[in-house]
Ligand binder design. Structure first.
Ligand code: COI
Length: 358
């Protein structure tokens, strides 16, 4: 399928933010977006790049009532050599298709979507910030658009990709954050949709997130939905704990998001010969380890958050410090290494990086 391109007129181009330190996350959107429609008779069709703008949606569109949708988050990076790089982006697209399957939506033709993604990034390349830690964030989204109020899978869908320059996800920048363990709410249970990247998971997290924020914490650390005992993940990232000389993260049992950065961290640690295990461990073991000093580092991983060190954890009304509160050496090494790979500055022996402008 041909991708039609309808460019925005010069007079309607938006100003590109120049102050990288004020970018924050998710506030700015570039001039174009990719769109494609699905209907049962035509399958995916009408692939096009259009000027960025509001969607024309029927108010009865099923996504607006029953949340049938899936999305992704990925980034394009501007290297110091001026190259444009993407990191393991096919993994994001494959995950998007797994989310589609869970939400009973048609899967996407990944070759076409990959071409569309690169075409959009190249068209918007002036929007890719040049500062370290900043990137063009890309948000593919698929939504159910049948105008219908009965509960069943939609027959028609809209897929679109928008993009915009971002800096650090957290207001703390890349400095350590504080997280709050929720034992009042749960995010997901096995057999649910916790391992799909779908809007409802994030809507379900908001109340806990607001309560944590009111108490001075950036994010919620979720426990398993049944026993409220085992560590699962943090609002917008997966989570790792360094216990002695071993790094632990929760296994992919169906209720947590299979993060691409999570997978990259595990593979890098293995590559470096650092002991790493995906296994269940409880909040009580974490508290014990923070108290007796065996837990020396805690960090989150995610596309938006990159590697985000944690300096304190609150559980049942008590705050526990992680180490001396500064970014630990392993978190720093991972952050530096992953960033250098993403900006095309490191030897990419694992084959994770694509230069897309040449
Ligand atoms: C990402 O890390 O890209 C995500 O999608 C998290 C997001 C909900 C901000």
């Amino acid at each position: 399928m041909e991708i039609q391109v309808n460019k925005v007129s010069d007079s309607l181009r938006k100003p590109i933010p120049q102050d990288a330190s004020a970018l924050g996350f998710g506030k700015y959107f570039s001039d174009h977006m990719f769109m494609m429609n699905y209907t049962e008779d035509k399958a995916w069709h009408d692939a096009r790049i259009e000027p960025y703008g509001p969607l024309n949606l029927d108010p009865a569109s099923m996504v607006l009532h029953y949340g049938q949708e899936a999305f992704e988050g990925l980034k394009a990076y501007r290297g110091r050599d001026d190259g444009i790089y993407m990191f393991r982006y096919m993994e994001n697209l494959k995950r998007l298709n797994r989310s589609c399957e869970r939400l009973v939506m048609p899967t996407l033709p990944l070759d076409l979507v990959s071409e569309a993604l690169k075409k959009l990034v190249l068209l918007e390349q002036d929007w890719i910030p040049r500062s370290s830690g900043c990137a063009l964030y890309i948000r593919p989204n698929i939504i159910a658009v049948d105008p219908f109020l009965g509960v069943r899978p939609s027959g028609s869908y809209l897929f679109y990709i928008i993009a915009g320059p971002v800096g650090a996800y957290y207001p703390e920048g890349f400095n350590p954050i504080k997280i709050f363990v929720s034992d009042k709410y749960v995010r997901a249970v096995r057999g649910g949709v916790g391992d799909a990247k779908t809007a409802g998971n994030y809507a379900a997290s908001l109340l806990a997130q607001m309560e944590a924020k009111d108490k001075g914490y950036s994010q919620v650390l979720w426990l398993d939905g049944v026993e409220r005992k085992y560590i699962e993940e943090v609002g917008t990232m997966n989570i790792f704990f360094k216990f002695g000389d071993e790094v632990l993260t929760s296994p992919l049992t169906g209720s947590i998001l299979p993060g691409i950065t999570r997978d990259s961290v595990i593979k890098l640690l293995q590559h470096w010969g650092v002991k790493v295990a995906e296994k269940q461990f409880s909040i009580d073991e974490v508290v014990q380890g923070l108290e007796d000093g065996t837990v020396t580092e805690v960090f989150g991983s995610g596309t938006a958050a990159i590697i985000s060190p944690v300096k304190a954890i609150s559980y049942k009304g008590k705050e526990y410090a992680v180490g001396d509160g500064n970014t630990g050496p392993l978190s720093q090494k991972l952050y530096d290494h992953i960033l250098a790979l993403q900006y095309g500055e490191k030897d990419d022996s694992l084959g994770w990086v694509d230069r897309i402008d040449s």
